[in-house]
Design a protein around this ligand. Sequence first.
Ligand SMILES: Cc1cc2nc3c(=O)[nH]c(=O)nc-3n(C[C@H](O)[C@H](O)[C@H](O)COP(=O)(O)OP(=O)(O)OC[C@H]3O[C@@H](n4cnc5c(N)ncnc54)[C@H](O)[C@@H]3O)c2cc1C
Length: 477
Amino acid sequence: MAGKLDAVVVGAGPNGLAAAVALAQQGFAVALIEAHAQVGGGTRTAELTLPGFHHDVCSAVHPLGELSPFFSSLPLDQHGLSWAHPPLSIAHPLDDGPCVVLERSVAATADGLGADAHAYRRLMDGFVRVGKPLFADMFGPLRIPRHPFAMARFGFYGVRSAVRLTRGLFAQPRARALIAGCAAHSIMPLDRLLTGAVGLLFAFSGHLCDWPVARGGSGAIAEALASYLRSLGGRIITGQRVASLRELPAARAYLFDLSPRQLSQIAADALPAGYLKRLSRYRYGPGVFKLDWALSGPIPWRDPTCARASTVHVGGTLEELAASEAAPFRGEHHERPFVLCCQQSHFDDTRAPAGRHTGYAYCHVPFGSTVDMTDAIERQIERFAPGFRDVILARKAHGPADLERYNEAFVGGVIAGGQSDWTQLFTRPVVRLDPYSTPNPRLFLCSAATPPGGGVHGVSGYYGAQSAARALRRGKI
Ligand SMILES: Cc1cc2nc3c(=O)[nH]c(=O)nc-3n(C[C@H](O)[C@H](O)[C@H](O)COP(=O)(O)OP(=O)(O)OC[C@H]3O[C@@H](n4cnc5c(N)ncnc54)[C@H](O)[C@@H]3O)c2cc1C
């Protein structure tokens, strides 16, 4: 590679792209190396079922992307990214009564929660009053927050498990189910500490933005980051899988948008045995089983309000969700799993031919599971949308092994970089003052296996880049 490089980033997922952008913005010469033919990692789009149906291979709905303090500082709109917003962020159907909805207005959301309306308003108003700056405080490595009182209040509620939090705050199933559905994004049993925080964070995000999809597909996020990176002089090499440090061009720093397991394999000779041992103890948590459908029409929800949301949380009450989310941790497959269902084509007409729709859903399964969950997922959707199977034209399934084959960073089908329990949320991949650094001063990690963890937000990449930039500026590498 011609020209002297300051940094090489391995892996062009949203965090690798973000890291490369953050370094290029600071004037460093940076190259990004990606195994796949396309950039994007967990944020790509492809015709997975039938011609003309554009599916999000991994990430689908992007409150974290739109609210990301780093992405929102970039001119991604000038590089082709535009968000398509639904009228409702979440619909959560229940067997009896209308679905529960999360909409931008706290008051309108609370109105659907019956006797818990006042408790919900009191809980959320305090967070929404501080708004996006509070979200930014929540979303990064451990540090002194800009809004310590609001953060302390968030911590007071969020430290609890989702089960304790919702039973303590709410008297009725509707509000409990709404927050439990949000908490299930943690991919943790809902009776574990801090799952309340994830529930609150996702619900709060729905009061700051209407959970958007990327127009044209989630791949547009990666393409916009790549285009901006090129405009800053960054170089991108695709189709080159990295197996060893020896394959990398000469540079002062190397950043890995990969799993801890991959870092240990690629840099085995360059890291001390003690650190490698600690990386080997990293816990990944459950994987996912995903389905994409080409549909002849919209999903026929019993409650048509569900069609107005980008995300439908399918699975019923708090108790049902808690049972479903506990199962993968015991190595079991729940027969009525919690299903995250997304309806991108309702808000972005580029996704499917006129009058047709795409459907997207996944459920959590044990790490590395080989069980086919197609029937279980479709039965759950049929439960709230009778006749759903009649609108399916074609389907494509991705189990954990398929996801890992597609992207080696999804070890065991794990989509959020690793387990997000209290021991690993801020201290991933190992306990270290600067979790992005390694004992080798030239090697850094910048993937979802570093704080703040999974999702398409680029914040791990940004902080990984800051850590590398400090070392580059000190001139010791
Ligand atoms: C099914 C599914 C649904 C999801 N839904 C959402 C969602 O709706 N919203 C959301 O915000 N997030 C979602 N996520 C999570 C999100 O996609 C990830 O958390 C995010 O992509 C992590 O970004 P990353 O940059 O850390 O890693 P990745 O996106 O995993 O990127 C890693 C990159 O490294 C490359 N790579 C791997 N090995 C090598 C190697 N040896 N050499 C060179 N390159 C290599 C890979 O090809 C990949 O491009 C979902 C993920 C999945 C799988």
